[in-house]
Design a protein. Structure first.
Length: 168
C-alpha cells in the first residue's frame, strides 16, 4: 500500500501520477521527526529519468532554512543508501507556505489572530466562512466573522478545507 499524489504535467503534454511508497513516506517522517517537524505533503513529479521530490514540512515552533536543510540532507543520504528512487532526482524540502491548506489541528494554534477561510460541511450543507481565528481547542476553532464580529464555533470534524489568508 502507498500514498497516491496527482502531480503536474511536463509542458502540458501529459499528467504523471506517482505513488509515494510507504517506505519513502516512513523515511521522510523519520528524518523529519529528528527535527521535531511533521510531514504535511510529499509530491513526486517529473519524468522517469529525472524526478523532482517535494517534501513539505511544518513544525509547531515554525520552519527555518536550517531545519529544511537538515531534513533534506538526511533524506538524501537515506534515499541514496536505500536506492528508493530510480534514476536521478532533485529533492526540495520547504514549509507548506501560506497558500497550502492546513491539515492538522496543531497547525491552527500558530495562526491565532490571523484571517482564515474555512469550507465546512454541516448536515448536508457546505458553507464558506471567512474570519479571524480567535481560539483553538481539542474539538475545533472559534472564528470572528462578519462586520458585527459574531463568534462561531466550528468543530474539526466539519472542516473540509482551511486556508490562511494573506494579510497583504
Amino acid at each position: 500500500m502507498g500514498y497516491f499524489y496527482l502531480v503536474g504535467s511536463m509542458k502540458g503534454s501529459f499528467a504523471l501520477f506517482c505513488m509515494v511508497s510507504e517506505d519513502l513516506h516512513k523515511l521522510v517522517e523519520d528524518c523529519s521527526a529528528v527535527y521535531s517537524a511533521h510531514v504535511i505533503d510529499i509530491t513526486i513529479r517529473g519524468s522517469h529519468h529525472r524526478s523532482i521530490i517535494e517534501i513539505f514540512v511544518d513544525a509547531e515552533n515554525g520552519i527555518t532554512s536550517e531545519l529544511c536543510s537538515g531534513i533534506s540532507r538526511d533524506v538524501a543520504e537515506q534515499l541514496d543508501a536505500r536506492d528508493l528512487i530510480k534514476g536521478s532526482y532533485e529533492l526540495v524540502v520547504s514549509s507548506p507556505g501560506i497558500d497550502r491548506p492546513l491539515k492538522f489541528p496543531w497547525q491552527y494554534k500558530k495562526h491565532i489572530g490571523r484571517k482564515l477561510e474555512l469550507k465546512i460541511q454541516r448536515e448536508d450543507v457546505s458553507r464558506l466562512y471567512s474570519g479571524k481565528l480567535l481560539n483553538v481547542n481539542d474539538e475545533g476553532v472559534t472564528l470572528q466573522v462578519g462586520k458585527a464580529g459574531e463568534e462561531i464555533a466550528v468543530s474539526f470534524s466539519s472542516i473540509q478545507q482551511v486556508i490562511v489568508k494573506s494579510p497583504w
